[in-house]
Design a protein around this ligand. Structure first.
Ligand SMILES: Cc1ncc(COP(=O)(O)O)c(C=O)c1O
Length: 307
Protein backbone atom coordinates (compact mmCIF):
# COMPACT_ATOMS: atom_id res chain seq x y z
CA UNK A 1 0.00 0.00 0.00
CA UNK A 2 1.30 3.42 -0.95
CA UNK A 3 1.85 5.76 2.01
CA UNK A 4 -0.55 8.68 2.50
CA UNK A 5 1.06 12.13 2.09
CA UNK A 6 0.98 14.73 4.87
CA UNK A 7 -2.41 16.22 5.63
CA UNK A 8 -3.69 18.98 7.88
CA UNK A 9 -6.29 18.14 10.51
CA UNK A 10 -9.09 20.49 9.47
CA UNK A 11 -12.23 18.39 8.99
CA UNK A 12 -14.53 16.97 11.65
CA UNK A 13 -14.11 13.30 10.85
CA UNK A 14 -15.14 10.51 10.95
CA UNK A 15 -18.54 11.74 9.80
CA UNK A 16 -21.71 9.91 10.92
CA UNK A 17 -22.92 6.91 8.91
CA UNK A 18 -26.40 5.49 9.47
CA UNK A 19 -29.41 3.99 7.68
CA UNK A 20 -32.30 6.07 6.35
CA UNK A 21 -35.03 3.81 7.71
CA UNK A 22 -38.08 5.86 6.70
CA UNK A 23 -36.87 6.49 3.14
CA UNK A 24 -36.00 2.80 2.76
CA UNK A 25 -39.48 1.77 4.00
CA UNK A 26 -41.14 4.37 1.75
CA UNK A 27 -39.34 2.96 -1.30
CA UNK A 28 -39.79 -0.67 -0.25
CA UNK A 29 -35.98 -1.16 -0.40
CA UNK A 30 -33.14 -1.35 -1.16
CA UNK A 31 -31.71 -0.29 2.21
CA UNK A 32 -30.17 3.19 1.92
CA UNK A 33 -27.43 4.38 4.28
CA UNK A 34 -26.02 7.90 4.38
CA UNK A 35 -22.48 9.15 5.02
CA UNK A 36 -22.95 12.65 6.46
CA UNK A 37 -20.08 14.50 4.81
CA UNK A 38 -22.20 17.64 5.10
CA UNK A 39 -21.05 17.56 8.75
CA UNK A 40 -17.29 17.92 8.15
CA UNK A 41 -17.37 21.44 9.62
CA UNK A 42 -19.56 24.54 9.86
CA UNK A 43 -19.01 27.12 7.12
CA UNK A 44 -16.25 24.92 5.67
CA UNK A 45 -18.49 21.83 5.59
CA UNK A 46 -19.00 19.47 2.68
CA UNK A 47 -16.65 17.33 0.63
CA UNK A 48 -14.08 19.96 -0.30
CA UNK A 49 -12.42 20.17 3.08
CA UNK A 50 -11.25 16.56 2.78
CA UNK A 51 -9.34 17.44 -0.41
CA UNK A 52 -8.09 20.70 1.10
CA UNK A 53 -6.51 18.90 4.06
CA UNK A 54 -4.01 17.50 1.53
CA UNK A 55 -3.81 20.43 -0.90
CA UNK A 56 -3.20 23.03 1.83
CA UNK A 57 -0.64 20.77 3.54
CA UNK A 58 1.18 20.63 0.20
CA UNK A 59 0.94 24.43 -0.19
CA UNK A 60 2.48 24.97 3.26
CA UNK A 61 5.18 22.35 2.62
CA UNK A 62 6.12 24.24 -0.55
CA UNK A 63 6.43 27.49 1.42
CA UNK A 64 3.47 29.19 -0.30
CA UNK A 65 1.84 32.20 1.35
CA UNK A 66 -1.01 32.67 -1.15
CA UNK A 67 -3.65 30.34 -2.58
CA UNK A 68 -5.27 30.92 -5.97
CA UNK A 69 -8.32 28.86 -6.87
CA UNK A 70 -11.35 29.03 -9.14
CA UNK A 71 -15.01 28.13 -9.43
CA UNK A 72 -18.53 29.35 -10.07
CA UNK A 73 -19.55 32.55 -8.35
CA UNK A 74 -21.36 30.57 -5.61
CA UNK A 75 -18.71 27.82 -5.40
CA UNK A 76 -18.71 25.77 -2.19
CA UNK A 77 -15.07 24.93 -2.83
CA UNK A 78 -14.05 28.60 -3.07
CA UNK A 79 -15.92 29.41 0.15
CA UNK A 80 -14.04 26.61 1.93
CA UNK A 81 -10.68 27.83 0.57
CA UNK A 82 -11.43 31.43 1.61
CA UNK A 83 -12.24 30.41 5.18
CA UNK A 84 -9.49 27.82 5.60
CA UNK A 85 -6.96 30.25 4.11
CA UNK A 86 -7.96 32.79 6.78
CA UNK A 87 -7.70 30.05 9.45
CA UNK A 88 -4.15 29.22 8.32
CA UNK A 89 -3.00 32.83 7.78
CA UNK A 90 -2.72 32.42 4.00
CA UNK A 91 -3.81 35.02 1.43
CA UNK A 92 -6.57 33.72 -0.85
CA UNK A 93 -7.36 34.91 -4.37
CA UNK A 94 -10.55 33.54 -5.96
CA UNK A 95 -11.16 33.55 -9.71
CA UNK A 96 -14.96 33.40 -9.99
CA UNK A 97 -17.10 32.72 -13.06
CA UNK A 98 -20.36 34.57 -13.77
CA UNK A 99 -21.88 36.26 -16.76
CA UNK A 100 -24.05 38.72 -14.86
CA UNK A 101 -23.22 41.21 -12.11
CA UNK A 102 -23.15 38.93 -9.03
CA UNK A 103 -25.04 39.78 -5.85
CA UNK A 104 -22.92 39.60 -2.69
CA UNK A 105 -25.03 36.91 -1.05
CA UNK A 106 -24.53 33.26 0.02
CA UNK A 107 -21.05 31.88 -0.51
CA UNK A 108 -19.86 35.06 -2.23
CA UNK A 109 -20.72 37.01 0.92
CA UNK A 110 -18.74 34.50 3.01
CA UNK A 111 -15.78 34.81 0.59
CA UNK A 112 -15.80 38.56 1.19
CA UNK A 113 -16.16 38.17 4.96
CA UNK A 114 -13.13 35.85 4.96
CA UNK A 115 -11.10 38.61 3.30
CA UNK A 116 -10.43 36.83 -0.01
CA UNK A 117 -9.31 38.85 -3.03
CA UNK A 118 -11.91 38.21 -5.72
CA UNK A 119 -11.65 38.57 -9.50
CA UNK A 120 -14.78 38.03 -11.58
CA UNK A 121 -14.57 36.61 -15.11
CA UNK A 122 -17.14 35.89 -17.80
CA UNK A 123 -17.81 32.33 -18.96
CA UNK A 124 -15.86 33.20 -22.13
CA UNK A 125 -12.82 34.49 -20.22
CA UNK A 126 -12.95 31.37 -18.03
CA UNK A 127 -12.25 29.22 -21.10
CA UNK A 128 -8.64 30.41 -20.71
CA UNK A 129 -8.48 29.59 -17.01
CA UNK A 130 -4.97 28.08 -17.24
CA UNK A 131 -3.72 31.40 -18.58
CA UNK A 132 -5.46 33.30 -15.76
CA UNK A 133 -3.79 31.09 -13.16
CA UNK A 134 -0.38 31.68 -14.78
CA UNK A 135 -0.91 35.44 -14.91
CA UNK A 136 -1.84 35.65 -11.25
CA UNK A 137 0.98 33.33 -10.15
CA UNK A 138 3.46 35.59 -12.03
CA UNK A 139 1.87 38.63 -10.42
CA UNK A 140 2.40 37.23 -6.91
CA UNK A 141 5.92 36.11 -7.73
CA UNK A 142 6.79 39.67 -8.79
CA UNK A 143 5.50 40.86 -5.42
CA UNK A 144 7.81 38.43 -3.61
CA UNK A 145 4.98 36.04 -2.72
CA UNK A 146 4.62 32.38 -3.62
CA UNK A 147 1.20 31.36 -4.85
CA UNK A 148 -0.14 27.79 -4.86
CA UNK A 149 -2.74 27.00 -7.55
CA UNK A 150 -5.66 24.75 -6.68
CA UNK A 151 -7.81 23.77 -9.68
CA UNK A 152 -11.61 24.12 -9.71
CA UNK A 153 -13.14 21.89 -7.03
CA UNK A 154 -9.70 20.92 -5.71
CA UNK A 155 -9.76 17.98 -8.11
CA UNK A 156 -6.28 16.85 -9.10
CA UNK A 157 -3.81 14.12 -8.14
CA UNK A 158 -3.25 15.63 -4.68
CA UNK A 159 -6.86 16.60 -3.91
CA UNK A 160 -8.19 13.13 -4.62
CA UNK A 161 -6.32 11.89 -1.53
CA UNK A 162 -9.21 13.40 0.43
CA UNK A 163 -11.57 10.73 -0.85
CA UNK A 164 -8.96 7.98 -0.91
CA UNK A 165 -8.77 8.66 2.81
CA UNK A 166 -12.56 8.89 3.11
CA UNK A 167 -12.82 5.42 1.55
CA UNK A 168 -10.73 4.12 4.46
CA UNK A 169 -13.29 5.69 6.80
CA UNK A 170 -16.08 4.01 4.80
CA UNK A 171 -14.29 0.65 5.03
CA UNK A 172 -14.35 1.06 8.83
CA UNK A 173 -18.04 2.10 8.72
CA UNK A 174 -18.94 -0.96 6.64
CA UNK A 175 -16.93 -3.30 8.88
CA UNK A 176 -18.51 -1.77 12.01
CA UNK A 177 -22.01 -2.49 10.66
CA UNK A 178 -21.11 -5.75 8.96
CA UNK A 179 -22.20 -4.35 5.59
CA UNK A 180 -21.21 -5.03 2.02
CA UNK A 181 -22.97 -2.29 0.05
CA UNK A 182 -24.17 -3.06 -3.44
CA UNK A 183 -23.22 0.45 -4.55
CA UNK A 184 -21.70 3.67 -3.23
CA UNK A 185 -23.59 6.58 -4.78
CA UNK A 186 -22.58 10.25 -4.84
CA UNK A 187 -22.83 13.54 -6.78
CA UNK A 188 -20.04 14.42 -9.19
CA UNK A 189 -19.07 17.88 -10.43
CA UNK A 190 -15.33 18.42 -10.84
CA UNK A 191 -14.65 14.66 -10.53
CA UNK A 192 -12.22 14.56 -7.60
CA UNK A 193 -14.62 12.92 -5.16
CA UNK A 194 -15.39 10.27 -7.77
CA UNK A 195 -11.74 9.57 -8.67
CA UNK A 196 -10.77 9.48 -4.98
CA UNK A 197 -13.60 7.14 -4.01
CA UNK A 198 -12.91 4.79 -6.92
CA UNK A 199 -9.21 4.60 -6.12
CA UNK A 200 -9.81 4.54 -2.36
CA UNK A 201 -12.23 1.61 -2.64
CA UNK A 202 -9.65 -0.22 -4.75
CA UNK A 203 -6.88 0.47 -2.23
CA UNK A 204 -8.93 -0.28 0.87
CA UNK A 205 -10.49 -3.52 -0.37
CA UNK A 206 -14.07 -2.27 -0.85
CA UNK A 207 -15.45 -4.03 -3.88
CA UNK A 208 -18.78 -2.15 -4.09
CA UNK A 209 -19.08 -0.20 -7.36
CA UNK A 210 -18.90 3.61 -7.11
CA UNK A 211 -21.83 5.15 -8.99
CA UNK A 212 -21.78 8.87 -9.67
CA UNK A 213 -24.65 11.15 -10.65
CA UNK A 214 -23.42 14.12 -12.68
CA UNK A 215 -24.61 17.66 -11.95
CA UNK A 216 -23.03 18.99 -15.17
CA UNK A 217 -21.21 17.58 -18.22
CA UNK A 218 -21.61 14.18 -19.89
CA UNK A 219 -20.65 10.63 -18.84
CA UNK A 220 -17.94 10.74 -21.53
CA UNK A 221 -16.52 13.95 -20.02
CA UNK A 222 -16.26 12.28 -16.61
CA UNK A 223 -14.60 9.18 -18.08
CA UNK A 224 -11.83 11.46 -19.39
CA UNK A 225 -11.65 13.69 -16.31
CA UNK A 226 -11.41 10.75 -13.90
CA UNK A 227 -8.69 9.05 -15.89
CA UNK A 228 -6.78 12.37 -16.07
CA UNK A 229 -7.01 12.83 -12.28
CA UNK A 230 -5.93 9.23 -11.67
CA UNK A 231 -3.00 9.64 -14.07
CA UNK A 232 -1.99 12.87 -12.34
CA UNK A 233 -2.15 11.03 -8.98
CA UNK A 234 0.08 8.26 -10.28
CA UNK A 235 2.61 10.76 -11.64
CA UNK A 236 2.73 12.62 -8.32
CA UNK A 237 2.80 9.50 -6.12
CA UNK A 238 4.50 6.75 -8.14
CA UNK A 239 3.55 3.17 -7.21
CA UNK A 240 2.85 -0.11 -8.94
CA UNK A 241 -0.90 0.28 -8.43
CA UNK A 242 -2.79 -0.55 -11.63
CA UNK A 243 -5.22 2.31 -12.26
CA UNK A 244 -6.14 1.12 -15.76
CA UNK A 245 -8.88 -1.16 -14.41
CA UNK A 246 -10.71 1.77 -12.77
CA UNK A 247 -13.55 2.89 -15.04
CA UNK A 248 -15.91 5.72 -14.11
CA UNK A 249 -19.59 4.81 -13.88
CA UNK A 250 -21.45 8.13 -14.28
CA UNK A 251 -25.13 8.80 -14.95
CA UNK A 252 -25.72 12.06 -16.81
CA UNK A 253 -29.51 11.62 -16.95
CA UNK A 254 -30.46 13.92 -14.07
CA UNK A 255 -28.55 17.13 -14.82
CA UNK A 256 -31.83 18.84 -15.71
CA UNK A 257 -31.63 22.38 -17.14
CA UNK A 258 -27.89 22.68 -16.34
CA UNK A 259 -25.32 23.33 -13.63
CA UNK A 260 -26.84 25.29 -10.76
CA UNK A 261 -30.38 24.95 -12.12
CA UNK A 262 -32.83 22.28 -10.99
CA UNK A 263 -36.29 21.13 -12.07
CA UNK A 264 -39.24 21.62 -9.66
CA UNK A 265 -39.25 17.84 -8.96
CA UNK A 266 -35.75 18.14 -7.43
CA UNK A 267 -36.94 20.89 -5.08
CA UNK A 268 -40.01 18.80 -4.21
CA UNK A 269 -37.77 15.80 -3.44
CA UNK A 270 -35.47 17.95 -1.25
CA UNK A 271 -38.54 19.06 0.73
CA UNK A 272 -39.80 15.48 1.03
CA UNK A 273 -36.47 14.14 2.32
CA UNK A 274 -36.05 17.03 4.77
CA UNK A 275 -39.47 16.22 6.26
CA UNK A 276 -38.94 12.44 6.20
CA UNK A 277 -35.35 12.18 7.50
CA UNK A 278 -34.31 15.68 8.69
CA UNK A 279 -31.61 15.84 6.01
CA UNK A 280 -31.01 19.06 4.10
CA UNK A 281 -29.84 18.42 0.53
CA UNK A 282 -28.86 21.21 -1.88
CA UNK A 283 -30.33 21.72 -5.38
CA UNK A 284 -26.92 21.95 -7.12
CA UNK A 285 -25.27 18.68 -6.01
CA UNK A 286 -26.68 16.33 -3.41
CA UNK A 287 -30.37 17.04 -4.14
CA UNK A 288 -29.94 16.30 -7.84
CA UNK A 289 -27.88 13.15 -7.25
CA UNK A 290 -30.19 11.79 -4.56
CA UNK A 291 -33.23 12.57 -6.72
CA UNK A 292 -31.56 10.63 -9.58
CA UNK A 293 -30.84 7.67 -7.31
CA UNK A 294 -34.42 7.50 -6.01
CA UNK A 295 -35.82 7.87 -9.54
CA UNK A 296 -33.59 5.01 -10.73
CA UNK A 297 -34.68 2.89 -7.76
CA UNK A 298 -38.34 3.55 -8.64
CA UNK A 299 -37.64 2.65 -12.26
CA UNK A 300 -36.22 -0.70 -11.16
CA UNK A 301 -32.56 0.03 -11.92
CA UNK A 302 -31.55 -1.25 -8.50
CA UNK A 303 -34.24 -3.95 -8.40
CA UNK A 304 -31.85 -6.85 -7.85
CA UNK A 305 -30.95 -5.30 -4.50
CA UNK A 306 -34.44 -5.06 -3.00
CA UNK A 307 -34.69 -6.95 0.26
C1 LIG B 1 -22.08 19.40 -1.82
C2 LIG B 1 -21.26 18.90 -2.96
N1 LIG B 1 -21.43 17.62 -3.38
C3 LIG B 1 -20.70 17.12 -4.41
C4 LIG B 1 -19.78 17.90 -5.08
C5 LIG B 1 -19.03 17.30 -6.24
O1 LIG B 1 -17.73 16.99 -5.89
P1 LIG B 1 -16.57 17.00 -6.97
O2 LIG B 1 -16.36 18.41 -7.39
O3 LIG B 1 -15.39 16.41 -6.27
O4 LIG B 1 -17.02 16.16 -8.12
C6 LIG B 1 -19.55 19.23 -4.67
C7 LIG B 1 -18.60 20.09 -5.37
O5 LIG B 1 -18.56 21.29 -5.18
C8 LIG B 1 -20.31 19.74 -3.59
O6 LIG B 1 -20.15 21.02 -3.16
Amino acid sequence: MISTPDKLDLAQTPTPFYPLERLTAHLGGPRIWIKRDDLTGAATSGNKIRKLEFLLADALAQGCDTIITSGGVQSNHCRAVALLGAQLGLKVHLLLRSDSEPKTVGNLLLDHLAGATISHYSVKAFKRLDRLFEQWQDHYQQQGSKAYAIPTGGSNGTGIWGYIDAAKELADDFAGHNLKPQAIVHATGSGGTQAGLMLGCHLHGIDSPVKAYAVCDSSAYFADKISADLKDWQERYPSDIDISALKADTSDRYIGPGYGQADPEVFEFIKQLAAMEGILLDPVYTGKAFYGLVKDIKQGKYAQWRQ
